[in-house]
Design a protein. Structure first.
Length: 202
């Protein structure tokens, strides 16, 4: 049922799907006031940076209205265009990690983004098997699953302390992020916000 993918740290229910790198957005353009550029890269803030943040060599303006939605930017406007499409700024407001691919639209993609100080993993609750193997600090990992109902737990690897439990009813077209911090675990619905231009007057 599960296909596991883990990505290392990089200097890094869904409302619509994004096709593989280099392709355009599929079917949900109405969610944007402006259509995302064909070379779009998606960045989300999992905390609130105090000032404009340098991401991939460029200053990225932050607006609290973004929440945890992905904003879309043109890679052509970035000084150092990144590999991959999806990136998260951790709650410290400065660490950026790159996220795994989620191009298989027939699956539900579950992600761990680890902003805690030690490895965490996702398991089936009450001693069940691993869903996502241990993820190191400042890293992300994913697993693609079928749309099923499941009771999952995010736990700290060092002492098997459960950070949070999640009772989920998954359906196709949803992607979920489990965010681990030093304070515990939370669930984020992957969603998409505005197109942001870094060009003067953009």
């Amino acid at each position: 049922m599960f296909d596991n993918v883990t990505w290392k740290h990089a200097t890094l229910l869904i409302s619509f799907n994004v096709v593989a790198a280099g392709a355009g957005l599929a079917g949900e353009e109405a969610l944007y006031d402006t259509l995302p550029p064909k070379d779009a890269v998606f960045i989300r803030f999992l905390g609130e940076p105090d000032t404009a943040l340098t991401v991939f060599g460029s200053r990225i303006p932050y607006d609290p209205e973004y929440g945890t939605t992905y904003i879309a930017l043109s890679q052509a406007e970035l000084v150092e265009p990144p590999e991959g499409l999806f990136h998260s700024v951790l709650p410290d407001g400065k660490t950026v990690i790159s996220e795994p691919d989620r191009s298989d639209r027939s699956k539900v993609h579950l992600f761990i983004v680890n902003a805690s100080d030690g490895p965490v993993r996702l398991t089936v609750s009450d001693g069940g098997p691993e869903v996502i193997a241990p993820v190191q600090s400042a890293a992300a990992a994913s697993r693609s699953v079928n749309p099923v109902s499941a009771h999952l737990s995010m736990e700290r690897v060092s002492d098997e302390q459960v950070l949070s439990d999640f009772d989920l009813r998954l359906r196709r077209g949803q992607n979920l992020t489990f965010l681990a911090t030093i304070d515990g675990g939370s669930l984020i619905e992957n969603s998409f916000g505005p197109v942001v231009s870094l060009a003067p007057g953009g």
